[in-house]
Design a protein. Sequence first.
Length: 137
Amino acid sequence: MTPMRFGLVWLTIGVLAAACGEAPTTATTPQLVDSPSPVASASPTPAAQPFVLSGSGSKVTAKVAITKGTYTIAWTAKPNGYFGVTGKNLDSGDGGTIINEIAPTTGSTLFDASGGTYVFQVEGSGLTWSLTFTPLK
């Protein structure tokens, strides 16, 4: 198409667009559209999971992160001797005696965790023991 015919085509398009009430355009420019801001959503608090601490003899357990809540602690200790467990929240400093028994023994007790990092001091010279923490639903 020659430049003259090209110009006539655009002139014709412009006249038709004006007749329809529209302004003629020669190019389409992309328009920016505001997108909605991302909405912050709260992550759900992870549910407390059961866990087991076990060993032999007297020791301080490794640090364990415990979610806030009430737990049942089921224990076993054998063969014979004193079995005691105290717990301490390293974040708050709270702590106290949890178990005070003579082995062989099995049993359970409730434990209210305020949430945070805990250690447990187990007294049980010559004993093999386990502590199973199960959150109450």
